[in-house]
Design a protein around this ligand. Structure first.
Ligand SMILES: O=C(O)c1ccccc1NCC(=O)[C@H](O)[C@H](O)COP(=O)(O)O
Length: 263
């Protein structure tokens, strides 16, 4: 499965990253960031951005993906982030190199351009990545239940909280929801994309809703492209959604997000 290959490649990347910057150095930077944020608190956390009244939207910056290949993208980075910052509640940025053409440098660049909460979107399998996320100014990270054991995920969730970040816990079935609840995760995202065959069913969000307690922040992810999709998800009662392709391919992501919030 593609996830196994992504994780395998991530492990190799981590060996290289640790040669350039040691865990101790990354930890030091993350503690400095924590201190800085204590002195100058951020206006809004990722969790607060996701639980505001109305539909919260996470706009994603991704240049490629295994299912889509390279994504058509006409706006400059400045223009895109300017539009996202006006229209969405948080920005997700892919930092995975081998399959999404992402980069930690993109994240840092975007962090300089916006003050809205940012999610570091990667395949998080090692504590190193959590300290690194903090050091580069992430407000939240993604925990993918499909690639983590229950106890490992709980330990990473605790580390995320220690570093004063939020976690979006991504699930695709009942078993993965159990893992998210075991961690007592506050933000649960249902991925509508089946990563075994890349098929997309927004029905997955509808089907899994009943297993997620009402006090959790409920996010729908992937394959959200049309007014009809947004109406369908709003009727289910989601708190927020994560949108990549539709915003990346649009020349007017601000207009799109404004329209979808008002629907
Ligand atoms: O999108 C893929 O091909 C993919 C493959 C393997 C693991 C994850 C994958 N997608 C990551 C995502 O979470 C999406 O980028 C995100 O949900 C946005 O989806 P979309 O709006 O459909 O671009």
């Amino acid at each position: 499965m593609i996830l196994d290959k992504i994780v395998e490649d991530k492990k190799l990347r981590l060996i290289e990253h640790k040669k350039t910057t040691s865990l101790e150095e990354v930890k030091k930077c993350s503690y400095e960031k924590l201190k800085e944020e204590k002195e100058n608190p951020k206006k809004e956390s990722f969790y607060e951005a996701m639980t505001k009244t109305g539909l919260s939207i996470i706009g994603e910056f991704k240049q490629a993906s295994p299912s889509l290949g390279n994504i058509k993208n006409n706006l400059s980075l400045e223009e895109r982030i300017n539009q996202y910052s006006k229209g969405v509640d948080a920005i997700s940025t892919l930092t995975e190199e081998d399959h999404f053409n992402g980069n930690i440098e993109h994240f840092k660049q975007i962090r300089q351009m916006t003050t809205i909460p940012m999610l570091r979107k990667d395949f998080m399998i090692d504590e190193y990545q959590f300290y690194e996320a903090k050091a580069i100014g992430a407000d939240a990270i993604l925990l993918i239940a499909a690639i983590l054991e229950k106890e490992e995920m709980k330990a990473f969730y605790e580390l995320t909280k220690e570093l004063k970040m939020d976690a979006l816990i991504e699930v695709h079935n009942e078993e993965e929801i159990e893992k998210a609840l075991y961690c007592d995760g506050k933000i649960i995202g249902v991925n509508n994309r089946d990563l075994r065959d890349f098929s997309i069913k927004l029905e997955t969000t509808k089907r899994l809703k009943k297993y997620i307690p009402k006090d959790k922040c409920f996010i729908s992810e992937s394959g959200i492209n049309t007014d009809k999709d947004i109406e369908f998800l709003k009727n289910i009662g989601i708190d927020g959604c994560l949108i990549g392709k539709a915003f990346m391919e649009s020349d007017a992501p601000y207009e799109l997000s404004k329209k979808w919030k008002e629907l």
